[in-house]
Design a protein around this ligand. Structure first.
Ligand code: UD1
Ligand code: CA
Length: 458
């Protein structure tokens, strides 16, 4: 079988979302809605994938590079959208997907293509039976169950009472042969309640021609739910999230409380990772085996090695964490942070754009920004890098095996040699040589007998 051309419809205005963002760009588990059918089509063995967008071409950033874009100049209906992609049809099979049906799987698409081929049909549509079919086009079958037409129901006047009672609906996933599809698209008209070119009109035209129109009833309707408003989106998100969770759990990841855990589509987790409750794993986050994430931790674009432990923390990447690292509780890691093997970022610690060496520790109450911290160095509690002079950022370079006293401030740019110390409470403005003690604070003086001083005059 030749690879089918895939056309994904994404030029609608999405008015029911009540949003300035086009509907198909709304986020679903870390990917725009439209990227879901694109991924399913690719996985199902699609040939060329064409996404039909509006004239502003705002869809490009949300799509992979190997996707072709077609432009529907005015949103005059789903039929108009497919027409806009006609140059790409070729002369084989065309798979058409609504861009707002994100949960469809590669397996379902393959099954649909196979049954289309087996039936030698001109058109095959995926259908499902819903308890509440409202909002969907109803599948009208004639004698012998032959598909006669799809009636739209969004606008009063499109469907009769009798048709509204039908619970078998059109899912917005179709297979067509290019020739008959072209012919029927040319004959489509806007004679309907909404004055639009309905793609579903193609079905009636082909059936009227006596062409074979096949409807494939899918038994899992959750694969075919459409997203028209934010209520639909939330329902679909719960299902998408469940699918992501189940894939991880089947691959050996422990998700202690799936209901309170968010894991986006692009996240990779090794077997024996444990995700504790109320944790949020986003973007390109990954974790190696034996890592324990959460509870109450957010990781965004964080790359974790093996046996990393990160409770109660917030990580905004890109952040790279190597093996056997401890983070938190209550740490905040920001972009450009590298924590090398066996290092630690402890409690009430913020680290940004810094490289923390092997076995180095930043255990308590510190801000480390634009710094290089050598291996085995220990920063005392409340060590702070003053990296910003009000105009520019400067680096702090701290060697290996350094011990900073509590409450050390490094006024960058400044360099501390290997094996050096700083005294507690020091404001270090000059370089400290290797193995030296940097001390920069006022000397203490004691006033004897202070408590017995004479009373005040008044
Ligand atoms: C459509 C079907 C309906 C089916 C339902 C399944 C039609 C006329 N109706 O209705 O039978 O039950 O999907 O979910 O096709 N789009 C364009 N250009 C346009 C209009 C829409 O590209 O001018 C795109 C939208 O971005 C969307 C898709 O087509 O991704 C479907 O459009 P939508 O308006 O949501 O159709 P439904 O009312 O859901
Ligand atoms: Ca829809």
């Amino acid at each position: 079988m030749n690879e089918p051309v895939v056309v994904i419809l994404a030029a609608g205005q999405g008015t029911r979302m009540r949003s300035s963002v086009p509907k198909v760009l709304h986020d679903l588990c870390g990917r725009p809605l439209v990227a879901w059918p694109v991924a399913a089509a690719r996985e199902a063995g699609a040939g060329r994938v064409v996404v039909v967008g509006g004239p502003d071409r705002a869809l490009e950033p949300g799509l992979p590079e190997d996707v072709a874009l077609a432009v529907q100049p005015v949103a005059d209906g789903t039929g108009g959208a497919v027409r806009a992609a006609a140059d790409h049809f070729g002369d084989g099979t065309v798979l058409v997907l609504n861009g707002d049906v994100p949960l469809v799987t590669a397996a379902a698409l393959q099954a649909l293509l196979a049954s289309h081929a087996a039936a030698r049909a001109a058109a095959t549509l995926a259908t499902m039976t819903l308890e509440d079919p409202s909002g969907y086009g109803r599948v009208v079958r004639g004698p012998g169950g032959v598909v006669e037409q799809i009636v739209e129901t969004k606008h009063p006047g499109d469907a009769t009472e009798q048709q509204l009672a039908i619970r078998e609906v059109n899912a917005g996933v179709y297979v067509f042969e290019a020739g008959p599809l072209r012919g029927a698209l040319e004959r489509l008209s806007t004679h309907n309640a909404q004055g639009e070119l309905y793609l579903t009109g193609v079905v009636a035209l082909l059936a009227g021609d006596g062409a074979a129109v096949h409807a494939e009833l899918l038994d899992d309707p959750t694969l075919l739910l459409g997203v028209n408003d934010r209520v639909d989106l939330a329902r679909v998100r719960a299902l998408a999230q469940q699918r992501i969770h189940e894939a991880h759990m089947r691959a050996g990841v422990a998700i202690v409380d799936p209901g309170s855990t968010v894991i986006e589509a692009g996240v990779r987790l090794a077997a024996d990772t444990v995700v504790e409750p109320s944790s949020f794993l986003r973007g390109g986050t990954s974790a190696g085996a034996g890592s324990r994430i959460g509870p109450l931790t957010t990781l965004i674009d964080a790359t974790l090695g093996e046996r990393v432990h990160v409770p109660h923390s917030y990580v905004q990447g890109p952040v790279e964490v190597r093996d056997d690292v401890t983070i938190g509780p209550f740490a905040y890691l920001r972009p450009g942070t590298v924590l090398r093997d066996g290092s630690k970022a402890g409690t009430f610690v913020e680290i940004k754009n810094s490289d923390v060496g092997e076995g180095a520790k930043v255990p308590h109450l510190s801000y480390v920004g634009d710094a290089d911290v050598g291996a085995r160095t220990n920063l005392g509690a409340a060590t702070i890098t003053a990296n910003y002079d009000g105009r520019r950022k400067h680096r702090t370079t701290i060697g290996e095996g350094v011990r900073t006293g509590v409450d050390t401030t490094f006024v960058a740019p400044v360099t501390v040699g290997d094996g050096a110390y700083t005294a507690a409470g020091s404001v270090i403005t000059k370089d400290v040589p290797p193995d030296a003690l940097g001390i920069a604070r006022a000397r203490q003086s004691n006033i004897e007998g202070y408590a017995q001083r004479p009373p005040a005059d008044d």
